[in-house]
Design a protein around this ligand. Sequence first.
Ligand SMILES: Nc1ncnc2c1ncn2[C@@H]1O[C@H](COP(=O)(O)OP(=O)(O)OP(=O)(O)O)[C@@H](O)[C@H]1O
Length: 334
Amino acid sequence: MGPVTSSPTAQQGGSSRDAAQRLLAELPPSPAVWCSGLRKRYRRQTAVDEVSFTVGRGEVVGLLGPNGAGKTSVIKILLGLVRPDEGEVLLLGRPARDPRARARVGYLPELFRYQPWLTAAEVLALHARLAGAAVPAGERRECLALVGLADRAGDRVGGFSKGMQQRLGLAVALVARPEFVVLDEPTSALDPIGRADVRDLLLSLKERRVAVLLNSHLIGEVERVCDRVVILDKGRVAASGTLPELLGRRELRLRLDGVTPEAEARLAAAGQFTSSGDSFTVALPVDPDPATVPDLVADLVGLGVRVHAVEPGRISLEERLLDILRTGSEGDRR
Ligand SMILES: Nc1ncnc2c1ncn2[C@@H]1O[C@H](COP(=O)(O)OP(=O)(O)OP(=O)(O)O)[C@@H](O)[C@H]1O
C-alpha cells in the first residue's frame, strides 16, 4: 500500500470544517438563558404557564411577581432541577440538564442549609469542587471577603446567623466563577447594609459581564440594579421589558377644584385620568409634546377650574407592578 495522502475531498472537508469553526467562533455567545413555552402543573395547580424569556450575557434581569406567581418554579426549571411538562430551556447555549452548562451557573436558592459542622471556608471549598472548578484558596478567601465574611472563614456554619448564612450562600453562588448567577431572594435575611452590599455586588457582576437573574420582592432593589424585568402573575408572563419600556408612561398629578364635566373632558383629552377628591392623575404618553402640560393648565383655568398644584412625574416600578397585577394585563405587553 502506498503512503497515505489526504484526498482533495478530505482537504476540502478539513477546510470547510475550519471555516465552520471560524464562523462559530465569530458568532455572538448564546444568551445566558433562553426559554420558550415553559409549562408546569402540580396536580391541579398550574405553576408555570407558557413562559418564555431570555437573559442576555452581562444582563441583570429581575423576576417579579406576587407570592405563588411561579418565580421559584421557573428558576428550578431553568436550572434543570424541575422537569417542565412542556417547553424548552437553553442554559449558556446547552440543554439545562447538561452538567457542562450547570457547572458555569451559580445559584442561591430561596431556602438553603449548609452542613452546620463545616466552616465557611470548607463550604466554599466543597462547592468549588462540586462545580469542578480549580479555585485557589486565595480566591476563595476573596470570595468570602466580597460577602463580608472574611473574619468568619474558620467558624462553623452552625453558629451563623440567618443573614450570615445568606451571605455565605452568595459566596457559594459566586465561588466557581460562574457566567450566569441565579439569586432567589438574596437579601431576605439581610440588614440594610447587607442589602447595599448585595447591590454593589450585583453591579460588579454586571461590570464583569456575568448575567444575573434576580428574584426579589424588594422592588426598589430591582429598580436600582436590573436592566430588564419579567413580571409573572399566576404562572404567566404578565409583562416584561427594560425599565424605560415598563416605566415609560409619564404622569401628571394635579390638585384642582371647580372641575366641571367640560374640564373632565379636557383632562381626558390629555390622557386617561383617575381622581380621588381634589387629586387628579393624568397618564401622559411616553414622550409628551412639550406644550401638553401648559396647554392643559391654561385650558383648565379658561374653563373656570382653580389649579392648586401641578406635579409631573414618572411612576415607580412598584406602582407599575401593582398596576399590572391589579388590571391583570398590560397595554404594551411584550
Ligand atoms: N413541589 C410542589 N408541589 C406542589 N405545588 C407546588 C410545588 N412547587 C410549587 N408549587 C405550586 O406552584 C405555584 C407557584 O409556586 P412558586 O414557589 O413557584 O411561586 P413563587 O412565585 O416563587 O412564590 P413566592 O414569592 O411565595 O416564593 C404555587 O401555587 C405553589 O403552591
